[in-house]
Ligand binder design. Sequence first.
Ligand code: ADP
Ligand code: ZN
Length: 432
Amino acid sequence: MIWDPKYETMPRGDLVKLQGERLKSVVQKVYDRVPFYRTKFDAAGVKPSDVRSIDDLRRLPFTTKDEMRDVYPYGLLACPINDIIEIHTSSGTTGKPVVDAYTRRDVELWGEVMARTLSMGGVTRGDIVQNAYGYGLFTGGLGAHYGAQRVGAACIPISGGNTKRQLDVMRDFGSTALTCTPSYALYMAEAGLSEGIDFGKLPLKYGFFGAEPWSDGMRSEIEEKLKIKAYDIFGLTEIIGPGVAAECECQNLLHVFEDHFYPEIINPDTGEPLPDGEKGELAFTTLTKEGTPVIRYRTRDITFLTREPCKCGRTSVKMHRLLGRTDDMLIIRGVNVFPSQVEQVLTKIEGVETQYQLLVERKDNLDCLEVQVEMNESLFSDELKVIEHKEREIEHQLKEALLVHSRVKLVEPKSIARSEGKAKRIIDKRKI
Ligand code: ADP
Ligand code: ZN
């Protein structure tokens, strides 16, 4: 179902015009009200009057996460604190958190874009949404909460963790939708199956998973185990939280809500904008946010865009599911390696779970990658010879996919620490 047909199916010409108008207004506003931006624009020699259409965006300087951290906590505020009604921060996966402050209209916008997200998968009034994203400063919990309520569904604000209780609630309350990180969804599925739950008999129909990278292989696994349709949803605190882009029923590429959040793909080394279809770093400009608008924010996430029409009727630009984040990217002997590449290989291999960790060390000045993967019970009970053979097989397949050698170590079932939020996939012990 299309939640907001006027904007989600707007003819592209009108959309581009609207974006231009909104950009002009946000640029003028940040120049007048946020010294951080005024200084940057002045240094780059651009004035708000230089911006007349969305194409002029490329004249403006980028904003980086480090710059945002420098003006922590309130340096990006574009309105008086009296107008702020809610404050969040990023999870701080890569350092000091970044602050997002919301006016009442921003919170409403957040509910709207999350309503679009949930409607894409089919959630409507009458649905029961079990929201297992963490509540708190992390944006996942409240973002999904506002969206579920906006569509008129019943939201169960269970937050992350306490898996036994999650499963009881799912059964007792008849949850029809699940929202959480993909790794936690898989964890819940495994826990439920080992408790003997027959998910096919529960009313659960769909899941909205995001906040961390995952692969198509992992999607199939979650769908098979939980007997649901699993949708990828994307967002980041700096922009609004979840609700920046999401998959429609085609489950292929994510529609970006570009009437509010304008995406660009740039060459991470030169900052040059790249054409559709080319892989690069994703940057976003918020076109309507009031509290903490951001201009050309470099996300460090890697993907590509396409403007080809979608079967669902929405006209927005689509992004490929994330191919990784530059700060998740390992450079092993000069070769770029993303955990999602490893995951894609693992999901096609019999006998192992999608529970893995990458350990990197430097021995004799050489990078060594070890991939630890959990065996399933049946492989675990097999002979050592069989297990060793499996390790060599996986090493071979990883070499083909990554183009760099890694050592594979199969470990006992359930021995890799599970996360109720974002999974930790990398342990980098190199001291560079
Ligand atoms: P942090 O950067 O501290 O993790 P956030 O909690 O704001 O802060 O997380 C935003 C980041 O999470 C994104 O920039 C992206 O790297 C990742 N992310 C969010 N949704 C997805 C998704 N669907 N697939 C892959 N990565 C995602
Ligand atoms: Zn679509």
